[in-house]
Design a protein around this ligand. Structure first.
Ligand code: CA
Ligand code: CA
Length: 434
């Protein structure tokens, strides 16, 4: 514990400097926050995972080494300085500590590891007859999955590794576990003579193949929702093209080109397609970059290429892309929510707009006549035009509205005169038409 407190002390000393560097390229709008995780121009970032205040992935430094790294909000952790590797998944343990898993090069072989702030980096033991391994997923109990070379399966056997009890369990088939849900359901792929088959595995249900759909030839489950109900990933058709797929009890749903990388449930899935990072909301795939720009985040010069991981329910998303200097960059978005539409385009979101279909003409029109008076929108989303539309056809109510606006100092005397003249013109026209 002393070490932990020591670490916290160092963190406090470094708070200011690191916080500034983290937020240099951050933009703030409403509550949404976009953070460039590796703003140092010497670092190139990949974000595969996010958990609580941490995000993890890989970073390539000037020396050309892809190191595994965990970015914190106050302190970054280089898990294996000078060694190549990558963080693949993260979770928050019951005590509140973050755990990261991934792989790191040791003596020419990739080795699966887990990392916590308290224990640092710990290599996963090897199976008999194996030299290499990787860990790709971890859940909030510290149970991880991946693959390890073994005697019967030199290409790699799917394993479960309980990092808390240090228990390594081979599952008896060739393939790789990619992610494990909080209730212990594993997804990934198994190797077959025809290629990779997406799978679901649980202690109770054993190994099941997932459907490939009408066009899939091979595929893999990339991730699984925390509750174990929704698996996402990809199928690959006969031409080699990727299609993002969602598997539930109801079978497979293919949501278009690309790869799905993470899911909260079948209606909240992120991934990558030809347009870059996407968010699928149960109805359509939408470009994350466009959604963030709608929320006021300035992403000029950026290209968000992949959305890779969620945490904190639906509100935190991590991934990578190209930053405004053209460098590969890892990013995290916090406090995200879908932008609320502004149907009438008056600048007031539908949720707050009392006049949902405003008259947004620049000037106030009454009975078809242009008064020439400005037609501003108020905080409730109603324009002067909306308010006159409510009393359309009543000369008396139009006049009293104009008087009320004058008394409330919403209009000036000159505008009052113009409005009264317009009301009279409209009234004369109305009577002539009778
Ligand atoms: Ca509006
Ligand atoms: Ca409105």
């Amino acid at each position: 514990m002393n070490r932990t407190y020591g670490g916290r002390l160092v963190s406090r000393v470094l708070v200011l400097g690191t916080f500034l560097s983290l937020t240099t390229c951050g933009a703030f709008a409403q509550n949404v926050e976009f953070v460039h995780l590796n703003p140092d121009p010497n670092d190139l970032g990949v974000a595969n995972a996010v958990a609580g205040r941490f995000a993890g992935g890989g970073v390539r430094e000037v020396g050309g080494t892809n190191e595994p790294i965990v970015w914190g909000d106050v302190l970054d952790f280089r898990l294996a300085p000078g060694s190549s590797g990558e963080v693949r998944s993260m979770a928050i343990l019951p005590g509140g500590d973050a755990i990261a898993v991934g792989n790191v090069a040791v003596g020419g072989f990739n080795r699966g590891f887990f990392w916590t702030e308290v224990d640092g980096l710990v290599l996963m033991p090897l199976l008999a007859g194996g030299a290499s391994s990787t860990l790709t997923g971890v859940n909030s109990s510290g149970v991880a999955t991946g693959q390890s070379q073994s005697d019967p399966f030199p290409a790699g056997e799917v394993v479960i590794y309980d990092t808390v009890g240090n228990v390594l369990t081979p599952l008896g088939f060739s393939g790789r576990g990619n992610e494990i849900s909080d209730n212990g359901v594993v997804t990934g792929f198994r190797r077959s003579p025809t290629g990779s088959i997406p799978i679901r595995w649980s202690a109770a249900g054993g190994l099941e193949d997932l459907e490939l759909g009408p066009t899939g030839v091979v595929g893999e489950g990339v991730s699984i929702s925390p509750d174990g109900q929704t698996i996402v990933g990809r199928i690959i058709d006969g031409t080699g093209a990727n299609f993002a797929a969602i598997w539930t009890d109801g079978g497979i749903e293919v949501i278009g080109a690309g790869i799905a990388y993470a899911a909260i449930d079948e209606n909240w899935v992120i991934g990558q397609d030809g347009g870059g990072a996407f968010l699928y909301d149960g109805e359509s795939k939408r470009e994350l970059q466009g959604l963030l720009e709608e929320l006021g985040i300035d992403l000029t010069g950026w290209e968000l290429q992949r959305a890779a991981a969620f945490t904190d329910g639906r509100t935190t998303i991590a991934g990578e892309g190209v930053d405004d200097s053209g460098a590969q960059a890892a990013w995290v978005v916090r406090n995200f929510s879908l932008p609320v539409p502004d149907s009438d385009g008056d600048g007031v979101d539908d949720d707050d707009d009392l006049c949902i279909d405003s008259d947004t003409r620049e000037t106030l029109h009454i009975g078809g006549f242009d008064s020439g008076v400005a037609n501003p929108v108020d905080e409730q989303g109603c324009t002067l035009g909306d308010r006159f539309a409510e009393v359309e056809g009543s000369f008396r109510r139009q006049i009293s509205l104009a008087i009320q606006l004058l008394f409330n100092r919403e209009i000036r005397g000159r505008d009052f005169g113009r409005i009264i003249r317009t009301i009279i013109r409209a009234e004369i026209e109305r009577r002539l038409r009778r």
